[in-house]
Design a protein around this ligand. Structure first.
Ligand code: BGC
Length: 808
């Protein structure tokens, strides 16, 4: 593993940062974010307000608000995941002077430690005040994993070598804005309004309520602050901030503890009367910090048992950190919410908390551990199916056109203009033409149902989504008499760099291979589902979505005749790709060093990446990520093409040398594909995927939020990529490719009602253990045999040479 630029100290279960480094603070805050699937708070220092160093963000899943900004002479509307009132503030001083802060006072030592096992962040530091007196501070925080509305900040103060007074100010700050991303600075950012503050219980509890400006989500927070020493406590609210002042007296060497317990509710919550009452009531009833910590730890232990992953070497702890952040964003609590997969977690404001196709990299992992969470995330999409159908109709199409970026109600949230920070120009953004997002949703529906056996979902919501997405593709495809094939024109593929043909004023490209092949797959699966539905249900569905006579035949025809372009013996990313200019990669690398955002570099040079055979991330190669070789060959055969191993290898080589990896998803997909192809360079890409956030590989982006797709994708790389695990036709298929650097690992999955099925790979052996239950045996299929393993049984399979072979 390459070391992170920030070189944290990583052990099996802890993630530690030694020293205070303002330049790294944003990154650390993201990576030390705590969350419970309902809400999350960045790992910011409680005594610091938002400024150029610190950014204390708190976000509740699915809590969005829309604002209009004046930009480059236009009115631009954006919907953002709202930065909620900051519940962290807790500052202190030893005299009447300035509050102690790492930016204004001497910090003798500073250590931050994220404990993954128990979901807590501990910070220990020692301040020297203006008179040279030393104050030791230890802070522990949690966002409760059992009661997702609660959070705790415990602060222990110890005077070292002196005795005297300490003033502490604890607050809830409702004056916050969304200002965590520099590129969005020119946009409107004040999402909260009507902040009111108050106190109860003799000032022990303070509260703040406010609401979002347009989505009218009401927010209530309450904080109960207690100490274990005699204290005078008073309230001193100021505009938009609920404030408590505590006066403590410290005795040399004796520790005084201040516990701030916080409750958060919004009007989106179920089973409440109003958010403020719910928050005040919850915080009043909350047990003390010790009990809260104990129940929080138990909840995390349960999570870890369900998500067991044992990978040795340095990769193991990194994968565990990734898993930790995935679980903090999408926990079992998510199963009760109406939310999608936010691309940057609940960890920051980049991409405004929007939901992209990234769930394609997340759900396959969740399906085999927390299927109820996958189901909820798919239900988020189903609730917005009507909106996707409206979008298709408004654009003159049929079926469901899901948005490239989705937020509250499922309308298209992609920005119309984006800023190139290199040139300072605001440019039109055509990424909304990435209609392939619909196929990602369909793929996830299918995968979820295969892994969970949830035929109820497949036959109802799943079938409706599959049918409407298939219908969209069938309608979008136009028949080209000359080619004798269907074409899908005017789209953008996953690569994202290419938005138009050189010199063309019409955005979009024709016959994007990834779009067309996945569309063919969706059409085929939709046909399988619709034709396989129990008759009464098929009739219901037909009536509900108005299936026309002959429509299924039309889908079938398109599914067999979509055009896939080729050039020089490789699959073309889109029609005409082979005619684009070759970029002088070496010259650009020499000139710029980091060329991940080649699009921005070229635009700033008044050139355009549209002119070149240059991709941001895997596009054609995504096909090898989604489909095992046999399935991919079958898919091409369905379309009337032969794609043999040699063609695929040539295609891999072609794009590998023409990709700048400007997305964290890129190294993940390439690592996966190369590992499946048993290529020695696989590890380089896997390493980069593992380093993505911890080393902030994309240069400054992690501080604006983690990359959830890449994090979950690395977990799935072990779970499905290296094992070749497929859940197809009610069988658990395995086709392992042991990556030499990562050849021993084990994990447990939940599969079709079996909990904790253990798989362990080591030294050419695969061991499977199925825990006791009343379920049927699981059929385990390797390339050359199928073995049933019943509940309470274990089985060790020796892998054949083919399964262990490794070539250059
Ligand atoms: C990637 C997209 C991704 C988005 C959100 C972009 O940089 O190119 O594929 O969906 O980030 O993570």
């Amino acid at each position: 593993m390459p070391d992170g630029t920030d070189s944290p100290d990583l052990t099996d279960w802890t993630w530690e940062y030694e020293g205070y480094d303002p330049a790294q603070e944003r990154l650390r805050e993201s990576l030390c974010t705590l969350g419970n699937g309902y809400f999350a708070t960045r790992g910011a220092a409680p005594e610091c307000a938002a400024d150029s160093v610190h950014y204390p963000g708190t976000y509740a899943a699915g809590c969005y608000n829309r604002l209009t900004s004046d930009l480059a002479g236009r009115k631009v509307e954006n919907e953002d995941m709202v930065n909620l009132p900051n519940w962290l503030p807790l500052r202190f001083r030893t005299g009447p002077g300035e509050w102690l802060s790492p930016d204004t006072h001497k910090v003798l030592d500073h250590r931050q430690s994220l404990d993954l096992r128990s979901g807590t962040l501990t910070r220990t530091l020692r301040y020297e005040d203006d008179s040279g007196r030393v104050l030791a501070v230890r802070q522990l925080r949690l966002l409760h994993m059992a009661d997702p509305h609660l959070a705790l900040l415990r602060t222990e103060f110890t005077a070292e070598g002196w005795s005297g007074g300490l003033e502490v100010e604890a607050a809830i700050d409702g004056t916050v804005t969304n200002s965590g991303v520099d590129r969005y600075r020119q946009l409107a950012s004040r999402h909260l309004t009507h902040a009111h503050t108050g106190a109860s219980d003799d000032s022990v509890t303070v509260w703040l309520r406010c609401r979002t400006t347009t989505s009218d989500i009401r927010v209530g927070l309450a904080a109960r602050t207690t100490t274990d020493a005699p204290t005078t406590i008073s309230v001193a609210h100021d505009d938009g901030r609920a404030v408590q002042r505590l006066r403590l007296s410290l005795t040399d060497g004796r520790t005084v503890t201040v516990d701030k317990t916080v409750a958060l509710h919004t009007s989106r919550d179920a089973a409440i009367s109003d958010p403020l009452h719910a928050a005040v009531d919850r915080v009043r009833r909350a047990p003390d910090a010790t009990a809260l910590l104990a129940s929080h730890r138990t909840a995390w232990q349960q999570l870890w048992r369900n998500a067991e992953l044992d990978v040795p070497n340095r990769a193991g702890p990194v994968l565990r950190l990734h898993l930790f952040h995935v679980l903090q964003t999408l926990s079992p609590h998510t199963a009760d919410l109406d939310v999608g997969v936010p691309a940057r977690g609940l960890h920051g404001e980049a991409y405004r908390g929007h939901v992209f196709w990234d769930e394609l990299f997340v759900l396959p992992y969740l399906n085999l551990h927390f299927p109820e969470v996958s189901r909820a995330l798919l239900t988020y999409r189903h609730r917005r199916l009507e909106q996707a159908c409206f979008a298709a109709r408004d654009a003159g199409h049929s079926g469901a056109m899901y948005p490239w970026q989705s937020g509250s109600d499922g309308r298209e949230e992609t920005q119309e203009l984006h800023l190139n920070p290199r040139s300072g120009r605001w440019l039109p953004d055509h990424s909304r033409l990435q209609h392939h997002v619909g196929s990602a949703i369909a793929y996830n529906v299918w995968q979820y149902c295969e892994a969970s056996g949830d035929s109820e979902f497949l036959h109802t919501k799943g079938a409706e989504m599959l049918a409407q997405i298939a219908r969209f593709w069938a309608g979008l495809a136009t028949y080209d008499e000359g080619l004798g094939r269907y074409r899908i024109r005017g789209v953008v593929g996953p690569d994202e760099y290419h938005e138009a043909y050189p010199g063309s004023s019409r955005p979009g490209l024709d016959d994007n291979a990834y779009t067309n092949v996945t569309a063919a797959w969706v059409l085929a699966r939709a046909l399988d589902v619709v034709r396989g539905l129990p008759e009464p249900r098929r009739r219901d569905l037909g009536e509900r979505i108005g299936l026309a006579p002959g429509e299924l035949d039309a889908w079938e025809d398109v599914s067999r005749k979509l055009h896939v372009p080729f050039h020089s013996g490789v699959i073309s990313q889109f029609e005409g790709y082979g005619e684009l200019a070759e970029l002088d990669w070496a010259a650009y690398r020499a000139r710029y060093g980091d060329i991940r955002r080649l699009d921005r570099i070229l635009e700033a040079e008044n050139d355009s990446v549209n002119h070149y055979q240059a991709s941001k991330q895997a596009d054609v190669l995504m096909l090898g990520y989604l489909f095992a070789p046999a399935e991919l060959q079958g898919l091409f055969k369905q379309l009337g093409y032969v794609i043999d191993d040699a063609t695929w290898q040539r295609t891999v080589d072609h794009y590998l040398s023409r990709t700048s990896h400007g997305s964290t998803l890129s190294s993940l997909v390439h690592g996966w594909i190369l590992a499946r192809a048993r290529r020695t360079d696989a590890w380089t890409y896997v390493q980069e995927a593992l380093a993505g956030d911890i080393a902030d590989v994309q240069g400054g982006t992690t501080g604006e939020g983690i990359h959830l797709g890449a994090m979950a994708g690395t977990l799935d790389l072990v779970q499905r990529g290296l094992t070749g695990l497929e859940t197809r036709d009610g069988t658990l298929r395995l086709d392992p490719v042991p990556l030499p650097e990562l050849s021993e690992y084990g994990f447990a999955i939940r599969y079709r009602g079996h909990w904790g099925v253990q798989l362990r790979l080591s030294a050419g052996k695969l061991r499977i253990t199925v825990p006791e239950s009343d379920r049927d045996p699981i059929d385990i299929a390797l390339a050359d045999r199928t073995v049933p393993v019943g509940p309470g049984e274990s089985c060790t399979l020796l892998l054949t040479d083919r399964e262990t072979a490794w070539t250059d």
